[in-house]
Design a protein around this ligand. Structure first.
Ligand code: FAD
Length: 421
């Protein structure tokens, strides 16, 4: 356990991170690499990720490289050729964006898909190898005291962890956010089922090297290859008829089938493939301007939970981690100052993603005339115009990650010549 100590530029501060998901692991690595001593508290008894895939934009690879794990993640990823949207009723192509050579040249990195366990595992290995990170499992944080100086987190089994500062990386239902902000998640009413199937179970006519979205009325299906094409990730999403609560429960094939009745047989055949039927009822939150105060802040889904329609939640969590590290450096290890700098660099960008995702969900699930409009939106659009549209998202770079913060919060920013004179 880390002793209660005060921060100064001479002595590196100590930090509690609550949550050992992709965001918490990445943050532990970012901070420990700077010399910060980290206690990472994870409620599960074993570290791991669910059996499902993740799409990773070029912005995620830029952040992973900054954490020193980019190559390890690339090794386990499939680099896709295109991003595809199909109409799930008549099987027409709505959009198909090449993400090969020209895309990589433009954004400096590939668009890829990875098994969650492979991404999480690569970061976890680096965490385990770092002498400044102590990983505590079965550590469900229940109570917090955030004061000056120092913070205290108490776990369900009565363990007490003290440090100079705390970052809540504890996901959509964050206990740390409950303490700092106290707002409620916004249950979307959109339900997701996901599965990973062996290639042999994937219909031969759908084995595309692309994340493919089959957009239907109030529903959609997604598939893409994993692990050298030996597996396929399947995701189905629909607007639930039930009154939903956020969380994961057992589901049923019969329920899924009932939401895809109007969908063409070609994508519909995917619904027969999974053998496990876990059901995620999803939520996001309305963006907020501040994620904390004093020696506390939030990161990843705890800070900006979003629905999955732009495939960016984990990418944003990894960007957060890198930005937090850069802010700590810029503020010379004054953690409260660094947290405000980090928030000011991240709030607008992540809020833009949360809000864009909601719009994207509307396009995915369009019906009637909205569907016709959606299907006409991108006809004839060149790849370059697509790339221009996603420049704000995919062109993120670690070396510019503090650029959006006001100069006044950034002590390391050079004084402009005119002001200095
Ligand atoms: C269907 C679906 C598809 C998605 N696809 C993509 C995609 O393609 N690309 C992408 O970038 N993102 C995607 N996302 C989003 C992505 O999964 C999340 O944004 C990302 O996993 C968030 O990571 P996190 O570490 O912030 O939170 P989490 O992964 O939720 O991790 C939080 C951790 O905190 C722990 N914890 C919680 N409470 C406590 C507590 N009180 N004490 C201690 N520990 C605690 C949890 O056990 C967990 O390990 C998708 C999401 C969904 C639902």
């Amino acid at each position: 356990m880390a002793p209660l100590s005060s921060s100064s530029s001479a002595a590196r501060p100590t930090l509690l991170l609550v949550g050992g998901g992709i965001g918490g692991m990445a943050a532990a690595l970012a901070l420990a690499r700077l010399g910060v001593s980290v206690d990472l508290l994870e409620q599960s008894s074993a570290i791991g990720e669910i059996g499902a895939g993740l799409q990773l934009g070029p912005n995620a690879f830029a952040a992973l490289d900054a954490l020193g794990v980019g190559e390890a993640v690339r090794r386990g990823s499939v680099f896709t050729e295109r991003l595809v949207m199909m109409d799930a009723i008549d099987c027409s192509e709505v959009a198909s964006v090449p993400v090969g050579e020209a895309f990589r040249k433009r954004f400096g990195n590939p668009y890829a898909v990875s098994h969650r366990a492979d991404l999480h595992g690569a970061i976890h290995q680096a965490v385990l190898a770092h002498p400044l990170i102590r990983l505590h499992t079965s550590a469900h944080v229940e109570a917090l005291e955030i004061g000056t100086p120092g913070v205290l987190a108490v776990t369900r089994d009565g363990r007490r962890f003290r440090a100079d500062a705390i970052v809540g990386c504890d996901g959509v239902k964050s206990v740390v956010r409950g303490h700092l902000v106290g707002d409620a998640p916004r249950v979307s009413g959109h339900v997701v089922y996901r599965a990973v199937v062996p290639v042999a179970d994937m219909p031969a006519d759908l084995r595309w090297n692309a994340p493919v979205v089959w957009a239907g009325p109030n529903c959609h299906l997604v598939h893409y290859p994993l692990r050298d094409g030996q597996q396929y990730n399947l995701v189905v999403t629909f607007h639930s008829r039930e009154h939903e609560q956020w969380g994961v429960t057992e589901g049923s094939q019969a329920e899924v089938m009932s939401y895809f009745e109007g969908v063409h047989a070609r994508p519909r055949q995917l619904l027969d493939r999974p053998t496990s039927w876990r059901r995620w009822s999803t939520a996001d939150r309305d963006p907020i301007e501040r994620w904390g105060e004093g020696p506390a802040t939030l990161l990843g889904d705890a800070a900006h939970p979003m629905m999955q329609y732009l495939a960016q939640g984990a990418c944003m969590a990894i960007e957060d981690a890198v930005t937090l590290g850069e802010a700590v450096k810029a503020c010379d290890f004054d953690l409260p100052a660094a947290f405000r700098l980090y928030e000011s660099a991240r709030v607008a960008r992540t809020a833009r993603v949360v809000l864009s995702v909601r719009e994207m969900g509307r396009l995915y699930h369009a019906k009637g005339v909205e569907r016709l409009v959606r299907n006409s939106l991108w006809v004839g659009r060149t790849p370059e115009r697509f790339y221009d549209a996603v420049e704000w998202l995919y062109a993120w770079r670690p070396e510019r990650c503090l650029d959006d913060a006001p100069a006044a919060l950034c002590p390391a920013a050079p004084v402009p010549a005119a002001t200095a004179a």
